[in-house]
Structures are given as C-alpha cells and as structure tokens.
Design a protein around this ligand. Structure first.
Ligand SMILES: [Fe+2]
Ligand SMILES: [Fe+2]
Length: 306
C-alpha cells in the first residue's frame, strides 16, 4: 500500500491544535488583570476600590500615573494612583488595564517582535472598531468593551505562530515582502491554520465573549461575514464586519506589522470598507484619523515606558 503523506500544512495544523489542547500552552492573564475585569463589570465600583487593586500591580500603577500626567490629560501633577484614576475615569482605566494585561500576557511568549508596531496597530484597530460599531451596531453590546477588546486582540494569533513556528513564520514574512501579498493566505498553505483561527482559539481558552471570538476568527474574511449575515443585520456579524474594516483602515494609515498586504491610499477603495458601507448606519460616524494616530502614539509611549 502506498502511504499518502499529508501536506505540511495539515501536519502543522494538527500540531497547533495539540499545543492549544495542552493545559499550560497559553499564558494566562495576571491575577490583578482578572480581578480588575471582574470589578469593571460591577456598575458601582469606586475609584478607591480600583485603586487598591491597581496598587498591587506596580507596572499598571505606573502606567495610570504616566497616562494621567500625559498631554492627553493636560500634563498636570499627579500625586497618587487614586488621583490618577479620578483624572482618567473608569472607561479609560478599563482600557489601560486591558492593554496592559494583553501586552504582559503576550510578552510571555518571548518572541522577538517590534512591540511598539504590534501594539500601535492593535490599539488603532481597537479604537477604530469601537467608532465603527458605535455607527453601525443598533444595540451596543452590554459590557461596552467588546469592540475595543476584539480590536486589541485581533492579531494575537501571529504571536503564537511566531513563537511555535519561527522558521515558517519568517519565511512567510519574507515571501510577503517580496510578493506584496498578505500573509493570511500563506498561513493557510504553510501552517494549515491562519492567525485569525489561532487567535479565536486562544480567546476561547481565555473564555472571552463569543462576539469577540467570532470577530477575531473572521477579521480577514468580510465576504464570509457578509454571507453569514444573509441580510440580517445582527450585532455579532456587524461587529465582525467593523473589525475587518478597522483592521484594513489601520493598515492603510497607521503602523504596519510585517506581512500586512499593501493597501489602497484611500480606505474607501478597500473591499472591507465596501462591504461595511452596504450596511445601514444607525448613528453618525465621526472620528479624525490623524487625531486617533496621535492619541495611539501617546498611549503606546505611556504603555511601553512603564
Ligand atoms: Fe490579522
Ligand atoms: Fe491586523
């Protein structure tokens, strides 16, 4: 009998799934990030209670103080974590704590990447996804943070692939730089699984919201989302569509992580935008891309310096 050897992609895909199944394969969030996430879901949480937990995490406490005294908040003097929290406000503390938690968790993969570019792209995508969702999602998702979280986490699968398959990953990046093709299709051929699927599996392991998992899974496949919608404009697929458009827009105007395809100069020419604009906006979408990029670089400087 002639043994048929499966393509490398099939073998590597199975390897990814096996790694994912192993209990200790994915780093977990720190105790303070987990505790803060629970506290943010409590509508009556106070600055003093949050402050006490944040003070147990010196890097997060330093980030809060640095952000509160940055140009975004008027550069005033800050004396304590509680003072910083009252200036930043609950919504921004939640975002900062999420960013810090995601960055610290991903850094435990110990891959050599430019974290500044990776996090700038993630953060710009997060902010744009939130703006677009505000315009298109009829009934905003209950916790209000899902769109932002999906944007922040959308490319985490790349870190996993780079950690576990460094040779294949570098080869794909080089090929994509030569051919100007997106690395997404190459992942399917080479590893048999894309960073979008891997990212969704990681979020599933962390028990994140199903809307976040769905959006990350399809963030490079606007046409697939469009078919899934089948003329029903419900929030899960709208959020996924907003993430597709936000990611393409962030690649168009912001810092590009190696392997992103070359895009049109104007985001309105992109297929992701085309598909999104067929939906009915329920609110006016207002944001200034240059202002968003400036805020992102200020936030990244705060985050990476702490
Ligand atoms: Fe991606
Ligand atoms: Fe991306």
């Amino acid at each position: 009998m002639i043994a048929v050897r499966p393509a490398d992609g099939t073998i590597l895909r199975q390897k990814v799934l096996d790694i994912m199944d192993a209990d200790s394969s994915i780093p977990t969030f720190s105790a303070s990030t987990t505790k803060l996430n629970q506290m943010f879901n409590d509508a009556d949480v106070s600055f003093s209670k949050l402050g006490r937990v944040i003070e147990t995490d010196p890097t997060l406490a330093a980030s809060c103080i640095k952000l509160a005294s940055s140009a975004i908040y008027g550069r005033g003097r800050i004396d304590s974590v509680a003072h910083a929290l009252s200036r930043i406000g609950i919504k921004e503390i939640r975002r900062l704590s999420t960013m810090r938690g995601v960055l610290d968790t991903l850094r435990r993969f110990r891959v050599e990447i430019n974290w500044n570019i990776f996090m700038s792209h993630a953060l710009l995508t997060a902010r744009l996804t939130e703006h677009l969702c505000r315009g298109y999602v009829r009934k905003p998702v209950a916790d209000g943070g899902s769109a932002y979280l999906a944007g922040l986490m959308h490319d985490i699968g790349r870190i996993f692939l780079k950690h576990h398959f460094p040779g294949e990953f570098e080869e794909m990046i080089l090929r994509s730089m030569q051919t100007k093709e997106d690395v997404f299709e190459m992942e399917r051929e080479t590893v048999g699984i894309t960073h979008a699927e891997v990212g969704a599996l990681m979020c599933k392991k962390w028990n994140l919201n199903t809307d976040v998992i769905h959006a990350i899974r399809y963030h490079h496949e606007p046409m697939v989302i469009s078919v899934m919608m089948n003329n029903v404009e419900e929030s899960t697929n709208i959020m996924a569509m907003c993430l597709c458009a936000a990611n393409a827009m962030a690649n168009c105007y912001g810092e590009k992580f190696a392997g992103a395809r070359i895009l049109h100069e104007n985001h309105e020419m992109m297929p992701e935008w085309n598909v999104l604009s067929r939906l009915t906006a329920v609110r006016e979408i207002q944001f200034d891309i240059a202002g968003e990029i400036a805020t992102v670089s200020e936030l990244i400087a705060t985050l990476l310096a702490a």
